[in-house]
Design a binder for this molecule. Sequence first.
Ligand SMILES: [Zn+2]
Ligand SMILES: [Zn+2]
Length: 250
Amino acid sequence: MAVDPQVTQIIEGAAKQKTPLGKQYLGPLASGLTFAVLLWAMLQEMMRPDAMRMTSWCAPYIIVTSYMYCDYWLWMLHCFLDREENLKSVLGPIKVLAQSFQDHHDVPATLLKGNHLGEIEDIVSLVGAMALILGYWTSPSTKLIMAGISFWGAVGGLNHFYCHAKTHGYQIPGIVWAGQEYGMLPTPAHHKRHHTSPHQEKWNFLNGLYKFYEFVYKGTGSSYNALFVMFYTCNPVSMQIWTLMLGIFA
Ligand SMILES: [Zn+2]
Ligand SMILES: [Zn+2]
């Protein structure tokens, strides 16, 4: 039976057409609170006497500190939420988050349709709200570090989304491609190792000290209790309180 070449072309074209990727964005609450922290930092800096102004060292200090902390936090959060113990957590939101993290191992492609970046809306809002509550006592550089943590968190979340998009043959933004190509962000191949059962490595969303964290974690016999304590004390909301009280981030 002869097939019309035009029909063949139409069929091939339809097969190549992919479902569009979900739009990635942060909601107005998370963006607004983070912007308010940034604005406060800038106004506070402008009103300070010259002797107290930031030096040129402050920029690398803020960038590196926020990146390294966020790398640790995202690694620890992911490792903790991947633990089966949390599927029975008495805290509803933790139970839901653990389920969603663990479901992602089995059905990774579902993330491509939704707003994956929007999933960090609540935590970014809480980080911003806490930074504003403590803002009277904190310096401009501490405020910028807190905004920086949310920024790197968004970078890590977006990169995760584009890792999966690339694996499924989608074009990814040039800046994300460059970040992966030049070793600043995890690549799809790296993240794929995490998606390989039993999902006991490569919990990182940024390229920081994950090898060290995994070494220590395995050294503790994959201690759930250590992760539990770290998750509730070293998350970017509660961490702001005790680092201020101890004078680490004043
Ligand atoms: Zn996982
Ligand atoms: Zn994934």
